[in-house]
Design a protein around this ligand. Structure first.
Ligand code: ZN
Ligand code: ZN
Length: 222
């Protein structure tokens, strides 16, 4: 496991290019927008399959100026994207007066979607960079037990649930399992708590504090 050389720099470069393009579009099409609300600060996980792939993604709502019709704004947006080298596809979402005009633009540094409402002033901008793997695939190694019969605190017993592991015995402390469809699925034993639900990560239980129910797990061992 390790960093993929230059992947983060490349992703940051894509993120900056996408941000610059979004700022240009928003400033031109919905003037007066508060660009402080355009969040493109940190890459997020786009694909949870190992190795995780990250991208920069943003969603921004602008307001169409009262003097500009939705159709005109859509044409203007298409022209701006086209002149900046984006491959633009136009479509429509819904029918009649409540429809949205939708433009999808593709470029080496990502994709942008602009949705222009005809019945309200909303103009929705969304953009995302391609998703890159920042780290090489992780080889998971099952953790060593936190407690063994030799390292028990006096007066304590190995946790009957995890046998001293401390980490969740269902997932080994990752909190998730690989999942073919979603990449990851939450561990059903610890529900992402990562530690054993019985000893809460200690690997051992105080003999004097065991409930009668818990004592039954140790019957036979003294
Ligand atoms: Zn335990
Ligand atoms: Zn678990």
């Amino acid at each position: 496991m390790g960093d993929v050389p230059d992947a983060r720099e490349e992703l940051d470069r894509l993120g900056r290019a996408l941000r610059a393009q979004l700022v240009e579009l928003i400033t031109d099409l919905t003037p007066g927008s508060d660009l402080g609300l355009l969040f493109l600060d940190d890459p997020t996980v786009a694909d949870w399959h190992d190795p995780l792939r990250h991208h920069y993604a943003a969603l921004f709502r602008g307001e169409r100026p009262a003097s500009v019709g939705a159709a005109d704004l859509t044409s203007r947006a298409a022209a701006l994207l086209d002149s900046a080298g984006w491959q633009v596809t136009a479509s429509q979402d819904g029918d009649g007066p409540r429809r949205w005009s939708v433009l999808t633009g593709r470029h080496d540094f990502g994709s942008i979607e602009i949705r222009v409402a005809h019945h309200i002033s909303a103009v929705m901008f969304s953009g995302q960079t391609p998703a890159l793997a920042l780290r090489t695939p992780e080889e998971f190694t099952w953790p060593e037990p936190l407690r063994t019969p030799e390292t028990l605190t006096p007066g304590y017993l190995l946790c009957y649930e995890c046998d001293g592991l401390g980490a969740c015995p269902g997932c080994g402390g990752r909190g998730w399992w690989p999942d073919q469809v979603h990449g990851r699925t939450n561990c059903r034993e610890c529900r992402r708590q990562r530690v054993c639900a019985i000893c809460r990560g200690a690997g051992q239980l105080a003999a004097s504090l065991l409930s009668p129910h818990q004592r039954r797990y140790y019957s036979g061992s003294g």
